[in-house]
Ligand binder design. Structure first.
Ligand code: ZN
Ligand code: ZN
Length: 101
């Protein structure tokens, strides 16, 4: 499977993303879905919509987006992909990385 349909905005998203090996959020609206317990394991039964709530820069300078699950409250961060909506990313509040790393 090379694409998925975004549960938030309904657009078809290619899994091939510049700058990241594994696309986990929609580049158009930045929403994601809670499918992982640990990164990439696809083991969570939750399936809730992961809402983008903020962004921060890792110590190595890479920008990441913080997502929180609207269903269970699970929080995780994800790398920004090269084709993510730049405007939407820029509008996210910058949060304190100490709370997440
Ligand atoms: Zn979307
Ligand atoms: Zn969840």
């Amino acid at each position: 499977m090379n694409s998925f349909v975004c549960k938030n905005c309904g657009r078809t998203v290619s899994l091939i993303a510049p700058g990241t090996k594994n696309r986990n959020h929609c580049p158009f609206c930045l929403y994601s879905v809670h499918v992982d317990e640990a990164k990439g394991d696809r083991k969570s039964p939750c399936g809730g919509l992961m809402v983008p709530i903020g962004r921060f820069y890792k110590p190595d300078g890479e920008e990441v987006i913080v997502h929180r699950c609207g269903k269970c409250g699970f929080v995780r961060w994800n790398r920004v992909a090269g084709d993510d909506s730049f405007d939407l990313v820029a509008k996210l509040p910058v949060v304190d990385k100490k709370d997440y790393l």
